[in-house]
Design a binder for this molecule. Structure first.
Ligand code: ZN
Length: 347
């Protein structure tokens, strides 16, 4: 399966360079067709289906689920499009909102059915107000932290109130229906742990962690959850459900996340990292040096991930995953050999 991926990269390079055609064109068509889809009720899904088998990574998947890790700099913003809904997980930073809007417009988005905000740090919710202002938004979900504590909360809460958009809390055990048999189950935090970490002002470890499942395909979304949150999940009943086809790298590829035991259970085939320029020329971007070598090594050594299946928005641009629930493809905007240099440079 992982060998097939190398072929995919060659295949994509060939069509980009050789034929003038772009693999994106199919995706854009797809995006246009789902944008006109009607919004479904977002009732909590009562199904408790859990797939244990792996999806197959292939070259030419015409799927009806598309996931885009948007290239928005240091923050997070992930667009999920099913046949009937558009879902945005996190809304990038305040000073990255122009990039976010450009990416959403490029995907021809008219409506966001659900906006999930993993935790109240600016690099995840900074653009939420702008999204509320510019698009029709069906519902907003956050982790239930005290909204009075953060100025950046007020922007989207006020916008939601003005437009009568419900803002709900997500906690471990909740399930959302993303439409067309795509489900999202929240693993973390429980109400109790959310309060505990909030009292300690540890907001990364309050991040909503949840798994999207569509047939044999799955993706684990992690916000900025660090090892403390990972250990809580390892000690919960959700440890049996961690295995996922794709992992959204926790905390932008920081070494504070992706502990060995956690990675062994997630055991993903692909890791997607959202982080900006580590040289940080503007002084406001990725001054943390993400992704960290220790995290990359944990994905590879503990998670069993092939290094060529690790993608980073700064190097690869927006990364698009397409799946039909059986097989899937990963299409980076740009090919890059960054992983080899990065592993050598940052020992
Ligand atoms: Zn973050």
């Amino acid at each position: 399966m992982k060998k097939i991926f190398a072929l995919l990269m060659i295949f994509i390079s060939a069509i980009l360079v050789g034929c003038g055609g772009s693999p994106q064109s199919k995706i854009e068509q797809y995006a246009q067709s789902v944008n006109n889809g009607s919004s479904e009720k977002s009732d909590v899904d009562s199904d408790d289906e859990e797939s244990t088998s792996s999806a197959n990574q292939k070259t030419d998947v015409k799927g009806d689920l598309m996931i885009k890790m948007l290239n928005v700099g240091q923050g997070d913003a992930i667009l999920i499009q099913t046949k009937t809904q558009n879902i945005l997980i996190d809304a990038s930073d305040t000073d990255e909102r122009d990039k976010l809007i450009a990416e959403l417009n490029k995907a021809n988005i008219k409506k966001i059915d659900k906006m999930i905000l993993t935790h109240p740090h600016a690099d995840h919710i900074g653009g939420a107000k702008t999204v509320m202002d510019k698009y029709e938004v069906g519902e907003v979900y956050d982790n239930g932290c005290d909204r009075g504590k953060f100025a950046v909360y007020k922007g989207y809460i006020n916008a939601a109130q003005k437009k009568n958009v419900p803002v709900k809390h997500l906690k471990a055990g909740d399930k959302l229906n993303f439409g067309n048999k795509v489900s999202f189950e929240v693993f973390y935090p429980t109400e109790e742990l959310r309060k505990k970490f909030e009292e300690a002002n540890d907001y990364n470890n309050n991040s909503i962690v949840g798994k999207l499942t569509y047939g044999d395909f799955s993706m684990l979304f992690t916000g900025d959850a660090e090892k403390a949150a990972e250990n809580e999940i390892l000690n919960s009943k959700y440890n049996k459900k961690l295995k996922s086809t794709i992992l959204k790298a926790p905390h932008h590829g920081s070494k504070s996340s992706a502990g060995a035991d956690y990675m062994k259970l997630v055991s993903p085939e692909v890791v997607l990292i959202s982080a900006g320029d580590p040289s940080d020329p503007t002084g406001s971007g990725n001054s943390y040096g993400h992704p960290h070598n220790a995290a990359l090594n944990s994905y590879i050594k503990s998670g069993g991930v092939n290094k060529n299946n690790i993608f980073w928005t700064f190097e690869n641009g927006t990364i698009t995953v397409v799946t039909d629930g059986k097989s899937y493809s990963v299409q980076p905007e740009k090919n890059s050999k960054w992983i080899n240099n990065w592993l050598k440079k940052n020992k």
